[in-house]
Design a protein around this ligand. Sequence first.
Ligand SMILES: [Zn+2]
Length: 451
Amino acid sequence: MKKSLAAVFCGIVGLGLQQAQAQKCGTDLITEKLIAQRPEAKEAFLRYQEEVRERAEKFEAQMANSSNKTTGKYTVPLVFHVILRQSQIDSIGGIQGIYNRIASQVAVLNTDFNAENADSSTIPAVFKPLFGKADISFGVAHKKPDGTATTGVEIKVAGSNYNGYDFGSAFLVSTAGGGLDAWDNKKYLNIWITDITNGNQPGQILGYAISPSFGKNVLQNEQAIGVVIDFLAFGKRNPSSIQIFTPKADNGRTMVHEIGHFFTLNHIWGNTAVGSGVCSDDDGVADTPPQQDANQSTCPTYPKANCTNSPGGEMFMNFMDYVHDDCMRMFTKGQVARMQSEFTPTGGSYQLQFNVAAMSYPTDVTSLESENTFDLVPNPTSGVFTVSFSDVNTKLKGISVVNMVGQTIKQITSGLQNQGFSVDLTGMQKGIYMVQCHFETGTVTRKIVLQ
Ligand SMILES: [Zn+2]
């Protein structure tokens, strides 16, 4: 549904008037907090909304004219910055558990942003013609901004005194502050995975997103551009691995929703705080039906009547509602146009599509290394470190740790299921050691510093 700027304005005025309720997503709360601190940001926010809507409408008009039609497919490199306590890392299957969840998460993104999700078969008939295919694909980066090889995953083991990320605070996006710096956000979509807390407010924030133009023009903090996800709402449940998830947030769709925000989508009911919804607020997209409020942590029975009793009622199965992961099914064509228009020259994500090469390893990295990637975390270590594999399918035969004079001091040859191995060098002489992973196709070596 799409309404005038005045209606959107009313929605924003509504922000902050009501005590924050339990929230699934913190994207609107960021705006609410910002306007509370800096009232002039409201104008910048409304201008941002208007610019996004105009760009999307122009793009839609252009696409409607067949001679201007592009066959746009967009590919976006992702980098994951993980900041968790060791006990939290262990609770989701260790370093290997993180890699497994990342692989499952990227698969979900590629499915849902290409309208290939099997559960789309249950989209109600009245909404089927609106089902949109965003044609956006994602891959983990394998080149850093400086061109060197990377698994695309940075893991910082926080101290045992780390009490989580107080939602919206700045440290997460700063290595100096204790988090991890963003990589060039014109070339990578930065995703931070951590334990999100919400101060003393009730409810659990599972994630939020800062779109490029919101970060630049409204928040005025470009370092924060990207997506933040709680570590228990990230990835897709896999029956063969550790299964701790926030209930009903186990199908990877928190990130689908947040990346929707990253590409400038609003919540389907508009920008009004959850629990105070008004029918006059909307999401700025023409083909989403009007909806008064969030369907929070539920899966309504279809059909659920909406503000205007339009056919089909509320489109609660939209990725931009708050329903359970396994209740979500679709973006609309209007939402897709809005996201795709972000890739046009004036859009905030325009440059993201031109860094496809970052998803391949540098040419000086042998296929043996690129096909058998592993990481040592933490490095430097004070004793215990984990050897973890970015591909669970690599065929591992053994792991050796060798000192600088060539003596093998540790050897692991059994239980090699690529689940991640803990190696303990406690008590050994401080210095550099070589960790050799012996794969079926050869041996790859990494240095570890014991300090
Ligand atoms: Zn949201």
